[in-house]
Design a binder for this molecule. Structure first.
Ligand code: ATR
Length: 288
């Protein structure tokens, strides 16, 4: 990081609802520091009623770009000028770039999820079966990534069944040969689907503060040792969901590698500069 803020310093940041525990400021400011770049990355915690004004503020203050996090990844789209093709199909944006007053939305979660599964989870996606908890903006990025890489079956379990059905409907048109099933969280099918699955992903906020004693899967006997259990949450580093999975002998991965990889991709969109993922992940693991 250039030591002093000066007249040429550019601002980037993150917009979300509960971002006190976000590691994005640490990740981006560590990159800025390591490579002596004249940027600063700021947290912007806002309420839903202020979302439109906050997005307009990016233009007004000539902020270079922002990440968008829980729970605004879908809602933010209506306030943008343009949405890149895959983000539009996904229906969720986690990165906004301000190019001379034109705000364009991107989704770098897809890249981050794929890279973390492959490099940190050592998981080959093709021909595998998966169970996804949740059907919000984060789930959409995860499901899109899995479909692009040729996953055999996706079973979405969500509290609100309609949202899971909507993902099935939206994505079936882009991936006509895909097998997507939508269930409500209480479904009988859960037991059978987890038994046959290779990958279990939590995309809900259950396990995140203040819900740290909660988990999307209540019956801990359903975990098994052939599963890779993935929680998109990274704070706390081990959610109840992951602790239970580990006890059953399953391999686990939390959301930190994905956060770092998607962040690096966003950073590249704002600055044209792409640092090495592993190197930044190690710095964050040491200082988080
Ligand atoms: P994000 O952009 O991070 O995906 P989101 O779009 O608000 O955020 O989605 C949050 C997800 O967590 C949803 O799947 C939500 O379920 P609903 O679609 O039924 O709202 C899920 N979720 C949040 N709180 C929950 C709870 N208490 N029980 C079960 N699911 C919950």
């Amino acid at each position: 990081m250039k030591k002093d803020i000066n007249g040429k310093t550019k601002i980037i940041g993150v917009i979300g609802k509960n971002i006190e525990n976000s590691l994005s400021p640490l990740i981006h400011n560590q990159i800025i520091l390591k490579y002596s770049l004249n940027f600063r990355y700021m947290p912007f915690q806002i309420t839903e009623t202020d979302l439109g004004k906050a997005i307009q503020g990016i233009k007004g203050l000539n902020i270079k770009g922002v990440n968008i996090t829980f729970p605004y990844k879908e809602k933010v789209i209506e306030f943008l000028d343009e949405v890149e093709e895959s983000a539009r199909r996904i229906g969720a944006v986690n990165t906004i770039v301000n190019n001379k007053g034109i705000l364009t939305g991107y989704n770098t979660d897809v890249f981050g999820f794929k890279k973390s599964l492959q490099e940190d989870g050592k998981f080959a996606i093709k021909k595998k079966k998966t169970v996804i908890f949740g059907a919000g903006g984060a789930a959409r990025g995860v499901i899109y990534a899995l479909l692009e890489e040729g996953i055999e079956e996706i079973c979405i379990f969500n509290r609100t069944l309609e949202k899971a059905k909507k993902i099935k409907q939206d994505f079936s048109s882009f991936f006509p040969r895909s097998c997507i099933n939508a269930f409500s969280l209480e479904e009988e099918n859960l037991k059978d689907k987890i038994k046959k699955a290779h990958l279990l992903v939590n995309t809900t906020s259950l396990g995140m503060p203040p819900k740290i004693d909660d988990a999307p899967l209540q019956n801990q006997n359903l975990f098994h040792s052939n599963l890779l259990v993935y929680d998109l949450i990274y704070y706390p580093a081990k959610t109840l969901f992951l602790r239970r999975a580990e006890r059953a002998g399953a391999k686990t991965i939390n959301g930190l590698p994905m956060l770092v990889y998607q962040g690096i991709e966003s950073f590249y969109l704002w600055t044209g500069f792409k640092p090495e993922g592993k190197e930044i992940l190690e710095i964050i693991e040491r200082s988080a």
